[in-house]
Write a protein that binds this ligand. Structure first.
Ligand SMILES: [Zn+2]
Length: 137
């Protein structure tokens, strides 16, 4: 989790420099940066603790106990597991995002689309429930 947070900051720093050098449009990032940092920090802390308990603990235990497919995937070569993780993870993220635009889930997702000025960090603005649902795939 620490590594993924560090990667977000490194990649974000690269995009920050690129956005400064070649902006598509002028954006006043300071206007919403403090709000975005607080919102993203709160959402990330809630989701990180729930993810460890719910998805890594309960879901993984249930999968290893009840789904035989899990064992056959684990026994595959590393390159194939990485490929499957990328394809299934990306497809799952796409499907989950599409479902967020439907009536029952839109209320959890509308905060993400409340952004008026888009910059690299603003896309991370999501509600905790939205972030939790999007991590399920
Ligand atoms: Zn969306």
């Amino acid at each position: 989790m620490l590594i993924s947070g560090f990667l977000v900051l490194v990649i974000g720093g690269i995009f920050h420099v690129l956005e400064n050098q070649r902006p598509l449009e002028r954006v006043d990032r300071k206007l919403h940066l403090k709000f975005d940092i607080i919102a993203i920090a709160i959402s990330s802390l809630i989701v990180a603790s729930l993810t460890v308990w719910l998805l890594d603990g309960v879901a993984r235990t249930w999968l290893t106990d009840n789904v035989q497919l899990f064992d056959s995937v684990i026994s595959q070569p590393l390159w194939l597991r990485i490929f499957l993780a990328l394809v299934i993870g990306d497809l799952g993220y796409y499907i989950a995002h599409r479902l967020m635009h439907t009536s029952p889930l839109w209320r959890t997702h509308i905060f993400h689309h409340s952004i008026q000025q888009i910059y690299w960090f603003s896309g991370l603005r999501t509600s905790a429930l939205n972030s939790l649902i999007i991590r399920v795939p």
